[in-house]
Design a protein around this ligand. Structure first.
Ligand code: DC
Length: 232
């Protein structure tokens, strides 16, 4: 089987992963893979079906049977479908935010999502972003990047996204929500958020999007050229 290239981008919520991964993928003609969207899909459907989120078996069963499709989209990055129904914006609400860390902490859920993510990378070169991409999903990734940003920057970015969706938001609320997710995502037993020893760390707090992209693009060019191969 042909081995495609993988660029892994990890980091906490609001650190700039989605924008960076999406635009880097576009520049390199790679496919963008938003792994957080998959965990959000399971969470949204579990909430819709009023499944008890504390019930590992039920949530695990849902994850195993749910059909999740991510379709590359120029504007949105990935269009997201759960059992054939589009949920691209529905998975971004504060209710999903508040519950996705619990759902993504379950082994049964992670096994299914990791398998889906690896399948995605069998089809072509990818820029994948998430929490455990470099450490667990693609430990042999060609380039590993770990993004960070200060909490005010992260909360401001998240508020902007919510406001674009027409949802109300305060920076204080977002700071509390992000801090609580950070704690759960980095404190869980299975595949916690952490920087892989091989990852290049980048603080995006004071950077414009253009600067962010230029830095990761330079890194990608250097790394993929070093492997003596063309990146496009
Ligand atoms: O990147 P995001 O905010 O859309 O991710 C939503 C949640 O999904 C995040 O709080 C933790 C979880 N997640 C994960 O556990 N592993 C990943 N690879 C991606 C996301």
């Amino acid at each position: 089987m042909e081995k495609f290239k993988v660029i892994a981008i990890d980091g906490p919520a609001g650190s700039g992963k989605s924008t960076t991964a999406r635009l880097l993928a576009e520049k390199l003609h790679f496919t963008y893979l938003d792994t957080g969207a998959m965990y959000r899909c399971v969470t949204l459907v579990a909430l819709d079906r009023k499944i008890d989120l504390q019930n590992v078996d039920e949530v695990g069963r849902l994850a195993r049977t749910l059909e999740i499709d991510l379709i590359p989209d120029q504007e949105l990055g990935n269009k997201v479908f759960a059992n054939g129904q589009e949920v691209t914006t529905a998975i971004r609400t504060p209710l999903v935010d508040a519950n996705v860390s619990l759902v993504s902490s379950y082994k049964e859920v992670r096994e299914k999502m990791v398998a889906l993510q690896r399948k995605f990378a069998e089809k072509g070169n990818v820029v994948a972003e998430g929490r455990d991409i470099a450490t667990v999903v693609f430990p042999d990734a060609d380039l590993k990047i770990y993004l960070i940003a200060d909490i005010i920057t992260r909360a401001t970015r998240r508020c902007r996204q919510l406001e674009e969706m027409g949802l109300p938001c305060t920076i204080e609320e977002q700071m509390a929500s992000l801090s609580s997710r950070d704690l759960l995502d980095s404190g869980r037993a299975i595949s916690p958020l952490r920087k892989d020893p091989e990852a290049v760390e980048m603080d995006t707090s004071g950077l414009s999007i253009a600067e962010q992209i230029e830095r990761v693009y330079q890194l990608a060019q250097k790394r993929l050229m070093l492997n003596n191969e063309s990146i496009i």
